[in-house]
Design a protein around this ligand. Structure first.
Ligand SMILES: NC(=O)c1ccc[n+]([C@@H]2O[C@H](COP(=O)([O-])OP(=O)(O)OC[C@H]3O[C@@H](n4cnc5c(N)ncnc54)[C@H](OP(=O)(O)O)[C@@H]3O)[C@@H](O)[C@H]2O)c1
Length: 371
């Protein structure tokens, strides 16, 4: 059957013809009670296709954003400069393969609310710094602004990796699908490279967090199967949340995006994610700027002739973490991208690995980490 015409009346405000083939069945009218997803336990369990052996060599041919240039395991020992020389993604940035064969650029540009967005800086990042990976969220309120910056940059959609996130006010089976389409519309894209559930806490009266997460993930799986989201994942999920999701759902998240910087190195979670083929993405790599004055970091900056920000970003990437520093300043973005032409020696990565043991942990964003 040919794709049906856009159902503008069913998806108010969503009129892009390019979205029409991907529109899921029309949702109930706003007054009607939203349809519930069948309980996850009653849905047939499908096995996720395992990645092929030595898959990162073959994933390049899988039509992902760029050719994968970093094996996920053992990334610490990799020479990134060599990885770039081998040919990274569209911008030359090394990429990390996800379990589904897509490749995420290991360095991205963060955006945020509360003064965390600058149009000129994003355009500069795309045009002059080779940034091809942008992290945003509905919560940050800058998806529409990003559409303008991407248009102005003239970078082709297929060369970009765009991640956005589902905010908890949109959790639930039907709401999730609608929110995804709305994010696509605001960003002016036909698909997302990665869609994340922003937080494990759900705030839905009368339902457990676990129940809402399972319903929401059911919708994420459907968005993935329809091609609207090329990869799906979670953010701020602890091992317990991922274990529950394993029991309740079918597709393993491709990514878990979590706070990761020298003061906050949740190694147990990193190891758990790796054991389940979930790529670990680290946010706040500069600890929101707080790491930049730490003596271990300033000493290393001096030793390598780099800036403290470059040391933090390089350390994170060398630990095999997809890393998304944010800056609203063109010159800082430029600085933050220059991290692929040097290697931290093993003793120095180890020194930074222990900063979080020797210092009081800083949990910038997620109170659950305190538990
Ligand atoms: N999933 C989640 O729950 C979650 C939570 C938080 C963040 N995130 C994502 O992670 C991204 C990064 O996190 P973040 O912005 O909170 O923290 P961050 O990247 O660790 O730090 C950003 C701060 O550092 C400053 N900065 C950036 N580059 C610098 C440099 N070279 N020298 C000195 N200062 C520099 C920035 O100021 P200027 O802007 O003034 O340069 C800003 O104040 C966010 O943008 C967002 O995309 C996700």
């Amino acid at each position: 059957m040919p794709p049906t015409a856009p159902r503008a009346e069913a998806w108010p405000g969503l009129t892009s013809p390019h979205l029409s083939p991907l529109l899921p069945p029309a949702p109930p009218r706003p007054s009607a009670a939203p349809a519930r997803a069948p309980p996850a336990s009653r849905r047939p369990r499908r096995r996720q296709r395992p990645p092929p052996r030595r898959a990162w060599r073959h994933w390049a041919a899988a039509g992902a954003a760029g050719s994968c240039s970093l094996p996920r395991r053992g990334a610490r020992s990799l020479n990134m400069a060599a990885a770039v020389a081998r040919g990274g993604g569209a911008s030359g940035c090394p990429t990390v393969p996800l379990a589904n064969g897509r490749c995420i650029p290991v360095l991205g540009l963060g955006t945020s609310h509360q003064g965390g967005y600058s149009h000129d800086a994003v355009v500069h990042a795309l045009r002059k710094c080779g940034i091809r990976h942008i992290d945003t969220a509905k919560r940050y309120g800058c998806e529409s602004l990003l559409q303008k910056a991407i248009e102005e940059s003239d970078v082709k959609r297929e060369d970009l990796w765009i991640t956005t996130k589902l905010w908890h006010s949109d959790y639930g089976y039907e709401n999730t699908k609608k929110a995804c389409l709305e994010s696509c519309e605001r960003l002016g894209v036909e698909y997302l490279d990665l869609y994340l559930i922003h937080w494990p806490d759900t705030h839905v009266p009368g339902k457990s967090n676990r129940e809402v997460r399972a319903e929401t993930w059911g919708a994420m799986e459907e968005l993935y199967e329809k091609g609207l989201c090329r990869s799906i994942g979670v953010s701020n999920f602890l091992i317990s949340h991922l274990e529950q999701l394993k029991e309740d759902c079918v597709i393993t998240p491709h990514v878990n995006q979590v706070e990761y910087h020298p003061f906050q190195r949740p190694q147990e979670l990193v190891d758990y994610c790796r054991s389940r083929n979930i790529v670990f993405e680290g946010y706040c790599p500069l600890a929101k700027g707080e790491a930049l004055a730490h003596p271990s970091i300033t000493q290393l900056a001096k030793k390598y002739g780099r800036t403290p920000a470059q040391i933090c970003i390089r350390w994170s990437i060398q630990n095999g973490i997809v890393t998304i520093p944010k800056s609203t300043k063109a010159e800082r973005i430029q600085e933050n991208c220059k991290v692929f032409d040097f290697n931290l020696r093993e003793e120095d990565t180890k020194l930074l690995d222990t900063v979080n043991i020797n210092n009081k942990l800083i949990h910038l964003t997620y109170p659950l980490w305190k538990g």
